[in-house]
Design a binder for this molecule. Structure first.
Ligand SMILES: [Cu+2]
Length: 394
């Protein structure tokens, strides 16, 4: 309005907006700390479902699998602080989303469709990123944010985010716990859907100047979940993470940003048919048994953002990932943790990417990207007498 300055001033009441915010036609940015209705389950899948275009494959009360425009799994990578955590379960009880507690992150960014090549291979559905941002401590200080939630069916959540620092260094601790009980159906029957999970993460950051960040982080978490539609329950969803990331901005007039990171994420999952339920023979399982699977994903990434003119930008770099999968199994009398781990698969990927964007006009931007990947997968033969798998070829 041209005459806005002449209009009388009104003071409006504060309004909390919880809707997601479209930054561009292909990118959505949301604040995962904002409250939502209906209250999502404790995992990333149920949270993403509140964004248009997402649905979820339900799997018990928590631990769903997000689907975007009909695609899921490796077509929709979920990154936490730029790192990938891949689940270990052959029945996909532990989709990557089940290890992510959205409220412990600062921003959620969804790039819709195969519109970016800079965040790893196979992103045909899109890329989902949960990030903890660099805290601003130009003045020394201590910040604490905490929340509690209670609801029916025994739902109770607790979240804590503690930050302390000064201009040179900061420490940040995030922790959460989430619990839900079985719900009762219309006939008053208990439906197995209970879950319990927790996470703790610590980050130590060094910020020698406003443009430089070096952050060391480590975290762990665990959980359990009952399932109504599966032959086993998840009795362990253990996560162990570590990471080191470096970021420097405004190095030269044309080198706008340099990023480097290394990380490791391990998912160590146990499922059985006797801990969270009374064992009953049926289906393919005639005796009580437990299965322990783990997947350790380690990766590295370097990226440079070049800006030789204000309206041109090139982001280019390399990323690499290595992800072996191990398994072992047991029974109540011969526990799985008395057995050695057996490797059954390994995956490696090396990629190079470049994405060029040109802001042709204020409301017109052209983006083009190229990505080359070299992916390898290994299958390991089971020892004779353990299922009779054929030896891996090649
Ligand atoms: Cu499982």
């Amino acid at each position: 309005m041209n005459n806005a300055a002449a209009a009388p001033e009104h003071t409006l009441r504060d309004v909390v907006v919880t809707a997601v915010h479209d930054h561009s036609p292909v990118q959505v940015v949301a604040d995962p700390k904002q409250p939502r209705q209906p209250v999502p389950a404790s995992d990333a899948a149920d949270y993403l479902k509140t964004i248009p275009g997402f649905s979820a494959i339900r799997s018990g009360g928590s631990n769903g699998d997000p689907v975007f425009r009909g695609q899921f799994g490796s077509r929709l990578p979920l990154l936490t602080n730029g790192t990938q955590l891949l689940g270990a379960c052959p029945g996909r009880m532990d989709a990557p989303s089940s290890y992510i507690s959205p409220e412990t992150y600062d921003t959620l960014t969804v790039v819709k469709g195969p519109q970016t090549v800079v965040w790893g291979p196979g992103t045909s559905a899109g890329v989902v990123r949960f990030d903890r941002e660099r805290p601003d401590f130009t003045e020394p200080g201590v910040r604490l944010s905490a929340s509690v939630l209670g609801a029916s069916a025994g739902r109770n959540d607790q979240n804590v985010d503690f930050q302390a620092g000064n201009a040179q260094v900061y420490v940040r601790v995030t922790a959460n716990h989430s619990h839900g009980q079985d719900y009762k159906d219309g006939d008053g029957r208990r439906v197995p859907s209970a879950w319990d999970k927790w996470n703790t993460d610590v980050a130590l950051g060094f910020t020698p100047d406003a443009d430089t960040l070096l952050e060391l982080s480590t975290g762990t978490g665990d959980g359990e979940a009952r399932y109504g539609g599966r032959g086993m329950d998840g009795t362990q969803f253990k996560r162990e993470s570590w990471g080191l990331r470096f970021e420097k901005r405004h190095l030269t007039p044309w080198l706008a940003k340099l990023q480097a990171q290394v990380y490791g994420n391990r998912a160590d999952h146990v499922m059985d048919n006797f801990t969270l339920r009374t064992f009953q023979p049926g289906g393919s399982m005639s005796m009580p048994m437990a299965s322990n699977v783990r997947r350790t994903t380690e990766g590295a990434r370097v990226a440079a953002t070049l800006q030789w003119q204000p309206d041109w930008q090139l982001e280019t770099g390399l990323d690499a990932q290595r992800s072996p999968h191990d398994k072992r199994s047991g029974t109540p009398s011969v526990p799985y943790d008395s057995k050695p781990w057996m490797r059954d698969a390994k995956f490696e990927n090396l990629g190079a990417f470049a994405e060029l964007s040109w802001q042709a006009q204020a409301d017109t931007r052209w983006v083009g990207g190229l990505r080359l990947d070299r992916a390898e997968a290994w299958r390991y033969p089971a020892p004779s007498g353990m299922g009779g798998m054929a030896p891996a070829a090649g």
